[in-house]
Ligand binder design. Structure first.
Ligand code: MTE
Ligand code: MO
Length: 448
């Protein structure tokens, strides 16, 4: 037996890796089996009116090639499936090849089976809680409001978790660097919807003491004892039109699909994905933040000293904004490359509407740095919708560097508040493996 194993080291380590992946997901719902949603890759729908010009950002150093040439997506391998319930992320190379992430390549994160809502005429969202007049809105009411397009990056708090698990094991889905995507979300602004149910813009508290807005889904999660997924945001954010919180029914100019929340989902730009509730069922105005599992017993950031024996969930606040993040997408660990010029591309994003000020790249493990060029594609519209700024959207970056020997290639981003990514993953290790925003490192082998 031992000799058989030694003959198949690659096969064996792959098996161990898969077993580890499974062991890493005890906090996820063991749901009814879902049919595979990993559809064969197809080219994304392209909008006739979407401008394709690359807009270089300020401070961009002159580099001969701009990044993000939209590679032929159909040549990319399909999204990797990460177990049940249905979770998937695209290969990193596919991710950074397109400024707007095609729906098929947008990561999918579900805590229960994906619900089917097919009677769109009877589908409604109820508004209740600490408001004067509880109300029910149908899709036609929501579609009658001004439609906005918001280009926003959604990122799972668990993005890059696998790399954190190398320090010490953490619990959660074993994501690589692709539990993130940048989409053009279309829908009504939550601030307009709330005004329609009687809550004026920029309201901090209702007369009856409501200070938070809770989103309740129709799905069923083990962590909620079979109840729905839910989350909340402060009322002041929900009623602020500038916060661009959407009730979205479109993604990249097409009707939202089931995986991403059909018929209606919340999109909270700049905030970890967990607050963007899919398959919306009701919205409650409440006095305290939502007491659901995913607000109170998950998605909180703990220091490295906290373990499963001494954890006190009440000592931390639910994570909202995500911190500054970046990842190299053009290279995988131990990629063998030829000596000479190497192109390093990837994404960078920050939460809370903070833009990316700079991306630094190193080809000597972090001793010396060069600045990468960055771009965004601004003002995307499909027909005649209202568009907003790209402050919620990622930037793609690119740097060219000379690499002559085996080395570690590193990237780190700086956001508009001058926040920098932490150098070492060890310093931000936490038992749930969230917010791994440490410098992104890729080991490359150089051969002739
Ligand atoms: N909404 C519901 N109803 N159920 C869920 O399991 N997962 C959340 C959020 N909204 C979830 C949900 C998490 S953790 C993330 S990261 C995002 O949805 C993922 O959205 P996506 O699958 O559209 O990428
Ligand atoms: Mo997530």
């Amino acid at each position: 037996m031992a000799s058989t194993i030694s003959h198949f080291p690659a096969f064996y380590s792959a098996l161990v890796f898969l077993l580890l992946l499974n062991a890493l997901i005890p906090l996820d719902c063991a749901s009814a089996h879902q049919p595979s949603h990993v559809v064969p890759p197809k080219p994304p729908p392209r909008s006739a009116s979407a401008p394709d010009a690359r807009i270089p950002l300020m401070g961009t150093p002159p580099t001969p090639v701009l990044c993000g040439e939209e590679a032929p997506i159909q040549q990319q391998p399909a999204s990797r499936k990460l177990g049940e319930p249905f979770n998937a992320e695209p290969p990193r190379s596919a991710l950074a090849s397109s400024y707007v992430t095609p729906v098929d390549f947008f990561y999918k994160r579900n805590h229960g089976p994906i619900p089917v809502i097919d009677d769109i005429h009877s589908y409604s969202v109820s508004f209740a809680g600490l408001i004067e007049n509880p109300k029910q809105l149908f899709m036609k009411d929501i579609r009658a409001l001004p439609k906005y397009l918001v280009t926003a990056t959604l990122q799972c708090a668990g993005n890059r978790r696998t790399a954190m698990s190398k320090t010490r094991t953490v619990k959660g889905v074993g994501w690589d660097v692709s539990a993130i995507g940048n989409a053009v979300w279309g829908g009504a602004k939550l601030a307009d919807v709330l005004e329609l149910v009687g809550i004026p813009k920029l309201t901090g508290a209702t007369k009856s003491g409501g200070k938070h807005v809770e989103f309740v889904s129709v799905d069923k999660c083990k962590e909620e004892n079979g109840g729905p997924y839910k989350a909340s945001i402060p009322l002041i954010q929900a009623t602020n039109p500038e916060a661009d919180v959407l009730l979205a029914y479109e993604m990249n100019g097409e009707t939202l699909n089931r995986d991403h929340g059909y018929p209606l989902r919340v999109v909270v730009p700049g905030v970890i994905g967990a607050r963007s509730v899919k398959w919306l069922d009701s919205i409650n105005v409440i006095a305290e933040e939502c007491q659901g599992f995913f607000m109170q017993k998950d998605y909180k950031m703990f220091p490295p000293s906290v373990n499963w024996d001494n954890i006190d969930w009440s000592t931390r606040r639910p994570q909202m904004d995500f911190p500054v993040q970046c990842a190299i997408c053009s290279l995988e660990d131990v990629n063998a490359i030829k000596p000479g010029k190497v192109k390093i591309t990837g994404y960078a994003a920050s939460g809370g509407g903070r833009g990316i000020e700079r991306v630094d790249v190193s080809v000597d493990g972090g001793k010396t740095w060069i600045e990468a060029s960055r771009y965004q594609r601004t003002g995307i519209r499909y027909i005649s919708e209202h568009t907003s700024s790209d402050k919620w959207a990622w930037v793609l970056f690119e740097a060219m560097a000379d690499v002559q020997q085996n080395t570690e290639i590193v990237a780190k981003a700086v956001d508009s508040a001058a926040n920098v990514q932490p150098e070492k993953v060890e310093d931000i290790w936490n038992l749930r493996g969230i917010l791994n925003t440490s410098w992104h490192r890729v080991q490359v082998r150089v051969g002739h």
